[in-house]
Design a protein around this ligand. Sequence first.
Ligand SMILES: Nc1nc2c(ncn2[C@@H]2O[C@H](COP(=O)(O)OP(=O)(O)OP(=O)(O)O)[C@@H](O)[C@H]2O)c(=O)[nH]1
Ligand SMILES: [Mg+2]
Ligand SMILES: [Zn+2]
Length: 375
Amino acid sequence: MAKKPKPQLRADLLKNRSSRGRKNDFTRDMEVDADRVMDMRGSERVRGRNEMSRKRTVRGASVDGDRIVLDIDTTTALFGRVLSSVGSTQCTVQVEDGRRFMCSVRRIVRTMARETRNAVAAGDRVWITATDEKTGVIERVEPRQGVLSRGHQNRQHVLVANVTQMLIVGSAAQPNLKPALIDRFLVSAGKGEVHPIVCINKIDLVDPLELQPLLGWYSQIGCDVVMTSVTTGYGVDRLRMLLQNEQTVFAGQSGVGKSSLLNAVQPGLSLSTGIVSEVTQKGKHTTRYTQLLALNGGGWVVDTPGIRQLELWDVRPEEIEGYFVEFRPFVALCRYPDCRHYREDDCAIRRAVQMDLIPRVRYESYLRMMLGDDA
Ligand SMILES: Nc1nc2c(ncn2[C@@H]2O[C@H](COP(=O)(O)OP(=O)(O)OP(=O)(O)O)[C@@H](O)[C@H]2O)c(=O)[nH]1
Ligand SMILES: [Mg+2]
Ligand SMILES: [Zn+2]
């Protein structure tokens, strides 16, 4: 929990005048001047964490370490979880007693997340003020741990927050398996610090033996691996076990069967599913928005719309090799310390690929990502 601001050190700064006089805005005293708060963070960066800066506050907010914490009235505010967000300004929040509120987002919360496309994401833990029995306002977003984000027009778009694991779903056929896309999600999982599970669905359409070499490799590099078929029910029990008591985001391109798998794991969910075009082999983007769903036995799952192109967020090209764990034993053996393992002479990674110590598909995925080619 955030530290309480020290009242004697509060600078009595301007309130947000634009909000004055708004009808029914009974929480207007909590409005703070957005620019002053942003300034506070700016000066914090410049001055570092010295004694003075740590105690700086403006009315409505305080600084805790390098984080700005908005004040909330804990006697009236309710703590909850964002189940889904529609656009960037409206979300459904479920509070601790199970009630749900349709919430807007207070302006200061949006201003503080200026570098981010969406201030509030599905999975966020938030404090809200209820305006009536069904609606409310988000006053504060707690720090996130375990996020899936993508880049969108040079800004971070947080797809989901506070997840412990990512179920990366691919289909054996219809649409065909795309290892490069799985590898891209694996880098996102690594970056977001969530445990990866590779799930290959629709195994009723192929001979599962064909998948063994690739899946064996994913398992060797530390992923959980599960093969499933919604049609035959194969692997569904194991998947249910892997999801129990965890916070899992489902990721994978449209049409691989994410919603179908969730319906199989918990039949009451009744999520809509769509057909895959025979001609283009593409799904229809049936799931339109990200939503959190409670599992009967404990835990949450997050169904996401199929993501065809996942532009990696905040991963520099030279960082990418770090997310290919099987490269690690070799990188120190390259001739050049800054080797990109592309065309450099005497590259230990390329040698390892030639000797079948690293699978060629993984190396190709690495190259595509490092060179900035969208999978
Ligand atoms: N043969 C076969 N078909 C499946 C399986 N699982 C799902 N399907 C079919 O694949 C199609 C797409 O399934 P969805 O669950 O809508 O896929 P999705 O990943 O949720 O797709 P988006 O919501 O568009 O991202 C549907 O027609 C399903 O019936 C399976 O295990 N085997
Ligand atoms: Mg779906
Ligand atoms: Zn190299």
